[in-house]
Design a protein around this ligand. Sequence first.
Ligand code: GLN
Length: 199
Amino acid sequence: MTGNNKWIGILAVQGDFELHAEMLRRMGVAWRLIRRASDLEQADGLILPGGESTTMLKFFAEENLGPAIKEFAAKGKPVFGTCAGAILLAREVLNPPQESLGLLDISIERNAYGRQVDSSVQEGQCPGLSSRPVEMVFIRAPIIRRVGTGVKVLGRANDLPVLVEQGNVLAATFHPELTQDETIHRYFMKKADDGTGSE
Ligand code: GLN
């Protein structure tokens, strides 16, 4: 995100939106918090943070945010979901099934690493983004169980797909905003600068 008046919206109804804001601040990217549908109109990209997808869905219903986000994505504007944000973007949610935006053709299982592995830090690989391993923090993380044909796997950890992309929609099952590693956010900003997805 260079020059001009572009800015990224960060959904701020619940979850770790402030950490995404801090990451963008460090990177010198303009951002604003999004709490209602009208906030989104002028944004050039949108981040859905980690947190609790069930709680976020309640706010979606109250503020009519679901249709606004779908409309935003349909314009080709880049959308990036991390962890709970990835769950919200999926076509199908398992464990238990729940409503979602259906913007990304994946099936995703919530809390899939089991209770005993509440959180972990892993070294993953995102070959198209970085030649170095990427530090990935997983917290009550989901696992992507099915990847649709139009979906590219950009990152893996322990052989599982953890960073996926379909056109203008990007999703990570981990929390890049919890590390100092800007690789994933830089990639997303590039999508926002190009004005569309990579297809
Ligand atoms: N378990 C959470 C959910 O189902 C996601 C956890 C997270 O975002 N760190 O929404």
